[in-house]
Design a protein around this ligand. Structure first.
Ligand SMILES: Nc1ncnc2c1ncn2[C@@H]1O[C@H](COP(=O)(O)OP(=O)(O)OP(=O)(O)O)[C@@H](O)[C@H]1O
Length: 259
């Protein structure tokens, strides 16, 4: 079964078409990365899947249910593009992560042992359990981002949707993040993420989808970033899994090949 099934979806902002004819499947248990240049429509696609922006045409199903009838939002954990939780909110790390339990337990029921255990497990997973009582504002940007990932994990979702979760974060946070995703995937979780640079999560990716000017330009194995690999000084420190991998543009500086 598909966790996410998008069919011929189009999205417009104020009459300007931003996504056109998007068809995409994320199978249960799959790890799918959405790549593409700035402004290509990646975040809009994620927001459409989450029901945050309306479709102009086409359809989306979540776990086999048409999105407009889907109510089981606790099955989905969402990590937004930028940290908002630390800016001006005097909450502790533990409180932010505990807010990820709300959809699961209902807002009027006090948190119980299961909630506290889930919060602790999620913080341990991202390597921040020792910061549980600290104000979020005292954490680094990467640690704040890990807090948001822990918040999503604490809800024990089946599908994690992440929008550029590691953009600009330090290497330690990237590694902690990759470890948490690896464990989530190994336990059967489904992951859909927008990424600019895959970094340590590249080995986890089952399918890459490149969005270009609002359309899906490529779907398949993780592409080589065009324009860097061929450089004479390029340092080949990572293994190449297959002899032939498609070279396609994923960075804003890359140019699409003309067809
Ligand atoms: N709320 C909005 N209203 C109007 N236009 C928008 C809105 N959000 C995004 N856009 C436009 O839609 C296009 C796609 O934006 P989107 O954020 O989906 O791209 P992206 O691929 O996620 O880019 P980035 O990598 O910079 O986040 C851009 O041209 C953007 O300016």
């Amino acid at each position: 079964m598909s966790a996410v099934a998008v069919r011929h979806a189009a999205v417009s902002y104020g009459g300007r078409e931003v996504l056109q004819d998007i068809t995409l499947d994320v199978a249960a248990g799959q790890v799918v990365a959405i790549l593409g240049a700035n402004g290509s429509g990646k975040s809009t696609l994620i927001r459409a899947i989450l029901g945050l922006v309306p479709l102009r045409s086409g359809s989306i199903e979540l776990f086999g249910t048409p999105q407009r009838r889907f109510r089981q939002w606790a099955r989905i954990g969402y990590v937004p593009q930028r940290m908002g939780a630390g800016s001006g909110v005097p909450a502790t790390v533990g409180e932010v992560v505990a807010s990820g339990r709300l959809a699961r337990r209902g807002i009027f029921r006090p948190s119980g042992a299961a909630d506290r255990a889930a919060v602790q497990a999620a913080l341990e997973d991202v390597g921040l359990l020792d910061r549980i009582g600290d104000p979020v504002s005292t954490l680094s940007g990467g640690q704040q981002q890990r807090t948001l990932i822990a918040r999503a994990l604490a809800g024990q979702p089946e599908l994690l949707i992440l929008d550029e979760p590691t953009a600009g974060v330090d290497a330690a946070s990237q590694d902690a993040f990759a470890g948490a995703l690896r464990r989530f995937g190994a336990a059967g979780g489904t992951i859909l993420l927008v990424a600019h640079e895959l970094g340590p999560i590249e080995p986890l990716i089952d399918k890459a989808v490149v969005v270009h000017h609002g359309r899906i330009a490529y779907e398949g194995a993780v592409p080589e970033p065009a324009g860097h690999h061929g450089d004479p000084g390029h340092d080949h420190v990572h293994p190449h899994a297959e002899a032939e991998r498609p070279a396609i543009c994923v960075a804003p500086t890359d140019r699409m090949p003309t067809r």
